[in-house]
Design a protein around this ligand. Structure first.
Ligand code: OGA
Ligand code: MN
Length: 295
């Protein structure tokens, strides 16, 4: 069966599509990978239902799209990790497969995923694609939402667009977790997650479209007083996450969802924390820090 791409919402022909006709476990050709990348340029979020894959198959598929990130944004100590450093553990499980206690530090850190963000915007070179595979999902809750930052840019007041144009924000996990009152970091983590600069507005190299580059990791704007910067970032985020820009994905086991962090923000939604939720993420790095990319 050929690769078939269908927009999820016919009213929104350039955001979020379903991709069928592939068996990712078997591997894909370079031609198919190029077709997928072209679809990503257009839709920014692709849902591949019914992909029963393991970590090796997920990783092999992901490598078609660029250099791979390692999971250095996680808080789990190496000895505590359930998965290899090639995989971001997006679950509420410990290495024995038990659900984490309500007050477990790893769980509380992971709650940061419920804030709107773009993956690895706190790294000097942020993420290009994230690929999230649902190995086990709770019966209710735990959706992932995606906000189209290109549409949000297009709908911004022209005066605000003008204001955003040259601005550089500073991103750190210390800011996003700090928002939730989580500040239980080691000196090593504080050092590793020092703020990094990212453009506030960027141009997508595949589609040519402009977008807002926001994340809850952004906690400062270069040259601005902090409260004014945070208030502006908060206003922009409020604008960009209005329902007309959002696709809410309701997970089914074996869905693989791939998104372009250069074009969307995302967040997790609540679910019963005593229930198991197990998703595995591979992450493709972008080509350079945003300040080194042409706009
Ligand atoms: C991620 C993420 C959201 C979720 O995998 O990067 O933010 O719904 N996940 O688990
Ligand atoms: Mn994320």
């Amino acid at each position: 069966m050929p690769l078939t791409i269908t927009p999820i919402d016919p009213e929104r022909a350039d955001f979020a599509a379903r991709a069928t006709g592939l068996d990712i476990a078997k591997g894909v050709s370079a031609d198919i990978a190029a077709d997928i990348e072209a679809a990503m340029d257009r839709y920014a979020v692709l849902v591949f239902p019914g992909q029963n894959i393991n970590d090796e198959q997920q990783y092999a598929f992901s490598t078609h799209f660029g250099p791979m990130e390692t999971a250095t944004g996680d808080i789990a100590q190496r000895g505590d990790r359930r998965l290899s450093m090639d995989i971001n553990d997006i679950s509420n499980l410990d290495k024995n497969g038990e659900v984490l206690a309500r007050d477990d530090r790893r769980r509380l850190f992971g709650l940061g995923n419920m804030l709107w963000h773009s993956d690895s915007s706190f790294k000097p070179t942020p993420a290009k694609y994230s690929l999230l595979s649902a190995r086990f999902v709770p019966a209710e809750g735990g959706n992932t939402e995606f906000a189209d930052m290109r549409a949000a840019w297009d709908a911004l007041d022209p005066a605000i667009q003008q204001e955003c144009m040259g601005l550089v924000a500073e991103h750190s996990q210390l800011y996003s977790r700090g928002m939730l009152g989580f500040d239980d970091f080691t000196d090593e983590q504080r050092k590793m997650w020092e703020p990094v600069p990212q453009r506030l507005m960027r141009r997508h190299p595949g589609s040519g479209r402009l977008s807002l580059f926001l994340a809850s990791h952004a906690g400062a704007i270069r040259g601005w007083p902090i409260p004014e910067a945070r208030m502006f970032l908060r206003d922009l985020t409020e604008h960009a996450t209005q329902r007309q820009f959002v696709y809410a994905h309701r997970w089914r086991q074996h869905d693989l969802v791939m998104w372009d962090n250069r074009a969307v923000m995302h967040r997790a939604r609540r679910y019963d924390h005593t229930k198991r939720r197990d998703l595995h993420r591979t992450t493709v790095a972008d080509s350079a820090p945003t300040l080194e990319q042409p706009i």
